[in-house]
Ligand binder design. Structure first.
Ligand code: BGC
Length: 469
């Protein structure tokens, strides 16, 4: 698949040249007025290295993609969005969308292809990309771990072996020293509990294990790797903003008033959401991570909360401990997105959950700023996305009005990218991508998001979306 490089992408510039109709359509969303955001609000999109760079042959996901049946439809990341060679046209698109922020990640296996051997040409390429963002007035937020590991790390036990904590710190120190003049906004680890759940509980991602005690061991290693990275970055850059991106699903009982559903949902929230967030506040390792031991290294290791929010889960009790006594469902009457490979819709429409997350985090840690580091919906035809986008941003506006310190929103994502085990099956981009030709086509939502960022405001009304041209 990768024998021939794809044609160099030549993305067409965004409107008004392409579609004055779609531009008017985007403006018409505001006909009933607008809700203004704070003056310095950050509008961006989010990406991750393996999903966009292409040809990332030295990490465990590349190896996993070669296993027949591992990825939906047998897809592979291949050249992905070809960013390693040609990110710049997409940076132009961000600027055309009036973005002032972007979240991206660096690929550990490129920077440290062999243990202790750092590739300075890879760091230089990241310097080019970060400089390119800055030149366009776009503030980078750099994630240091987004699901991928160098193969050499996997071979020595990956995140199951405690040695990973020091190895991650060394990688982070080298990276921050090399890139620190271009970035001071860092996300140590993306979605630690998604990574643990997929890799060590559900067994759907590498290393495909289903073993709860190991899942908890890996979680401890991720927590300490995060804490070590947090302190290492602050030693190098005392004024840096450092945090993590936490996926939040707000598990709730499916059947109202059903005590066992409520119990199962509570257990999921405890394991998936509370353990991590609380430990990085008060430093306590709660059961089943450990027996309430407190480690001072963990205390207050977030200068901001990064929230990845897509949907809200409803949990129905099952007596099966292998499912942690609950299975997740979406209520039938709620609008749902395209299904993924297992037939379940990726998300149900639940924008008010975003308001709830902000409120809860702010109660938990008053004054700590919040950034929505991911939010989006897979929607190839862009039927749902415009309304989902507006509805979520309206809830964010409400949260800000009610006192939450929400400072930015990074839409997932700019251009369709390689969606892990779902391959190219789920399309999250504001731009559609043909991975073979690398041709990009703006979806209507790109026009709408551009109008939102340009005005620094979201439409007041969701009631009568204007008809689409
Ligand atoms: C991840 C992204 C992913 C997105 C959509 C998040 O869980 O951080 O890498 O593409 O959700 O599934």
């Amino acid at each position: 698949m990768n024998a021939m490089p794809p044609p160099q992408s030549t993305p067409s510039p965004l409107p008004p040249e392409i579609s004055p109709e779609l531009e008017s359509w985007a403006k018409a969303w505001f006909q009933d007025g607008q809700l203004d955001f704070p003056a310095d609000f950050r509008w961006g999109t989010a990406t991750s290295a393996h999903q966009v760079e292409g040809n990332n042959t030295l990490n465990q996901w590349w190896a996993f993609e070669q296993i027949p049946g591992a990825i939906w439809h047998g897809d592979r990341s291949g050249w992905a969005c070809d960013w390693w060679r040609h990110a710049e046209p997409d940076l132009d698109q961000m600027a055309a969308l009036h973005q002032n922020a972007h979240r991206l990640s660096v690929e550990w296996s490129r920077i440290e292809p062999q243990p202790g051997h750092f590739d300075h040409s890879a760091l230089d390429r990241y310097r080019e990309i970060l400089g390119g963002l800055r030149d366009r007035g776009i503030e980078p937020l750099v994630t240091l771990h987004h699901f991928t590991n160098p193969l050499w790390l996997e071979r020595r036990g990956g995140w199951e072996d405690g040695g990973v904590v020091a190895l991650f710190r060394r990688f982070v120190e080298t990276t921050v020293q090399a890139l620190g003049d271009l970035c001071s906004f860092w996300c140590t680890i993306n979605e630690p509990m998604v990574y643990v759940a997929q890799g060590w509980f559900l067994g759907q991602w590498p290393p495909q294990r289903s073993h709860f005690p190991t899942a908890m061991r890996v979680t401890r290693h991720l927590l300490f790797a995060h804490a070590e990275a947090y302190h290492a970055i602050h030693r190098i850059q005392p004024d840096a903003m450092v945090g993590y991106a936490k996926h939040v699903r707000l598990f709730q009982g499916l059947r109202p008033g059903h005590p066992l559903d409520r119990y199962a949902a509570g257990l999921k929230r405890w394991l998936f959401e509370h353990l991590w967030v609380a430990a990085t506040g008060d430093g306590l390792l709660r059961p089943p991570l450990a027996g309430f031991e407190r480690d001072p290294r963990l205390v207050g290791t977030r200068d901001y909360f990064g929230v990845n929010y897509y949907t809200q889960d409803r949990t129905r009790f099952t007596p099966n401990p292998l499912h942690l006594f609950g299975v997740e469902q979406f209520p039938p009457h709620v609008e749902q997105s395209e299904p993924g490979r297992h037939g379940r819709p990726f998300a149900a429409f639940a924008p008010e959950g975003l308001y709830q997350v902000c409120q809860e985090l702010q109660r938990h840690a008053p004054g700590v700023p919040i950034y929505i580091t991911e939010n989006g919906v897979p929607d190839r035809e862009d039927r749902l996305r415009p309304r989902w986008l507006v509805a979520h941003l309206q809830q964010l506006h409400r949260a800000i009005q009610d006192g939450c310190h929400v400072r930015g929103y990074y839409h997932w994502t700019l251009v369709d990218n390689f969606e892990w085990a779902e391959g190219w099956g789920l399309r999250f981009g504001l731009f559609a991508l043909d991975p073979t030709t690398q041709e990009r086509t703006p979806r209507p939502s790109a026009y709408l998001y551009r109008e939102i960022a340009r005005r620094n405001a979201v439409p007041r009304s969701l009631e009568v979306p204007p008809p689409r041209p």
